[in-house]
Design a protein around this ligand. Sequence first.
Ligand code: ADP
Ligand code: MG
Ligand code: MG
Length: 894
Amino acid sequence: MTSYVYDFSQGGMDQKDLLGGKGANLAEMTGLGMPVPPGFTISTDACRAYLAEGQQPDGLAEEVTTHLTALEQARGKRLGDPDDPLLVSVRSGAKFSMPGMMETVLNVGLNDVSVQGLARVAGGDERFAYDSYRRLLQMFGSTVLGIEASIFADALDALKAERGSEDDLDLTADDLRGLVRTYQDLIREHSGRDFPQDPREQLDLAVLAVFDSWNTERAALYRRQEQIPDDLGTAVNICSMVFGNGGEGSGTGVAFTRDPATGRQGVYGDYLVNAQGEDVVAGIRNTVPLADLEQIDKAAYDELLAIMARLESHYRDLCDIEFTVEQGKLWMLQTRVGKRTAEAAFRIAHSLADEGIIDFDEAVDRVTGAQLAQLMFPRFDTDSERHLIGTGMNASPGAAVGKVVFDSPTAVERAARGDDVILVRRTTTPDDLSGMVAAKGILTSRGGKTSHAAVVARGMGRTCVCGADGLDVDIAAGRFTAADGTVIAEGDTISIDGTTGEIFAGAVEVVDSLVVRHFEGDEAAGDDELVRAVTRLMDHADSVRRLGVRANADTPEDATRARRFGAQGIGLCRTEHMFLGDRRELVEHLILAEDAEQQRVALDALLPLQREDFTGILEAMDGLPVTIRLLDPPLHEFLPDYTELAVRLAIEQEHGEDQPRTHRLLAAVKRLHEENPMLGLRGVRLGIVIPGLFTMQARAILEATAARTAAGGDPRPEIMIPLVAAPQELELMKAEIIAVAAEVEQETGTKLSFLVGTMIELPRAVMVADQIAASAEFFSFGTNDLTQMTWGFSRDDVEASFFSTYLDKGIFAVSPFESLDTEGVGQLVAQAVRTGREARPDLHLGVCGEHGGDPASIHFFDEVGLDYVSCSPYRVPVARLEAGRSAGAGSASA
Ligand code: ADP
Ligand code: MG
Ligand code: MG
């Protein structure tokens, strides 16, 4: 027979799937002999069965009875007994904590009769008994009967106002007795039924309400955003009540074994005398720092500190704790491995490893690339004066300061004048795109992490805070009002923190990341404790990882930075920017050339410039591989815009000065126009159609290589042909490159060493990867294009138009451009790896799409056996860390 219910003495911390996080940890503490009020846990199995069948599963009621009876015997009281009632709390607790999503009901078992019994056993303390009863009515009313919580809060506030007090503690026993009657009336009025007086009925209804709370809309939304599976269900913990609200000798508190903000050791937490449950976090009365408990109740304080030390060494991590002191007796109500900031995560992992409590593999596993990325963003100076006016969701990290604008045209216009602007909207739509591009940061008052604003901002790397619902945004009036009454009008400056979700009035000073300064060679930064922790963990990650990390860099400056950040070469050097700026004219010559001779002249003019570009990059990356991609984008990208040209021509004609060149350019733009440029004349197709283009680039690379070699350097170029779909394309290009190499060797008298390979970014290339590998010495997966081509959507258009809807509907949990679609696109990568290596065992394999810097994707690339990932210089440390974590996780599970 399966059982659905487990006593706290039966389980342990490894059973979070079955008992939920709260239940598993209550059981663990019980097993450690800590003072946990006795109780039992109804498992997630029961919840899943209930949600599937729509009714309590068979046998559950009987099991609850058995465990309840045992609990009653242990405590020597019966649930809701009129003379001396046992009271319990009914507490939700899923595998992953979902703060504020599901509810807890305290003091179950009280009714109009047992409340008097409770008062009698509490030495005639009616105030305490009625305070407990009104709390039950309030929580039961809102959680179980679905009555708006504010209805109860308003009644309480009205009563306090009547008594001329702000403090719950000023209410007398009579006041609270009256409040109980008011609450019972409100329950009848709003739910159409009386508050159930039968204790067991209260219990059963509360349990089902907790089960049901798994499926509320907000819980489902939270899960989607946090990527928590929908089918886990929640456990329910029935825990005998202990009372922190029985006078000055009692109280309730929260504690952390280390500071969750900084990771430092010490005594952190808050305590509230004469209070119950969430009073301490609800901010209704002023708490005192935990350290003050030493004065208030030394014995309880000492015991708590001893338990905290034991919990930390038992869990080998920072723990957070809820506790209550009942008439001098300490009770532990909850513990779990606590949430922490990125800074604290690194400090704690490092310090635990340093103390030998965990090993460095585990320390590296306890920090994430996302946390490291947070530490690398510039941030607001916490020491400077800041006026917090609201908090929203941290949708896209960074620290942005600017003048508020409420619409896109104004954003564009102000940005063009050189202002930094923050675009503030209720929500954004594709129409806001130009404003989002122009803004330094985006702030919305509605929508979550998958809203349009959040998705697009992340895609563009813009700082974004979304869903700040405390702000009242009035677009028409050009202002917003914060919850504290602060009014911000268009043109006023605000600061938004995309890492924490905080919004500040005025300009907050921005400071550079010490971690970045350290990577960039600032020696003073290396003394910082946090930087030391990061460096130590990074060193370990480097020592265990198999996967190489290269950078995408197009200039010697970027290459140099990437090297400082630990890049082991360049995985993608794009050459298109080398065709822009003052070289545009040369490129125009090439495009307008009317015969082979004119084309050759144009290419000859570009050759020395390209050679110089490559010399600089090969020098910056001396001794390390540099993968250079030959020209990829469609040519029209190098020509002026059609409308712009048409206007120019019209003006020229009006003055009777129209230039033949303008006519020719316009004709060329027309000729090169493509309906689907991403599927048009680009990549290797350019190399094949424009004779001499790729050979000019190859010659520039090889001449630069020869020059570097002659100068005693160690250049290691890898020439990469983009957008290959057929092996013949690569064969043709490779033959030309080999011929050029022979010429350059002859001309310079230098022996050249280089590779020729291809990008794999078209599904067809994957299908014929074995044939392509016959001539390719390396593959580099261009996962941006491979994603576009596999899904059949254009990144430039779809992210802004329908991705937020797709994310909301759960078609994918994260944009496939942000994190590799391992089920689809990833399978293509895996297949090409396999067939490519079969055809050429020493085939070198890497990835150069933006996925190369994404943590989840990096783990996948490691698993399928790529040799390296390549990402932007700033992501290099993130990739190194994640590659180390991936290797560590592999060895741990092996
Ligand atoms: P959450 O998941 O929101 O933390 P909890 O189930 O921990 O909810 O309960 C809410 C509050 O009630 C917490 O402060 C907790 O410590 C307190 N509480 C829960 N059960 C009991 C109990 N049996 N006796 C006293 N206080 C309790
Ligand atoms: Mg809560
Ligand atoms: Mg809790």
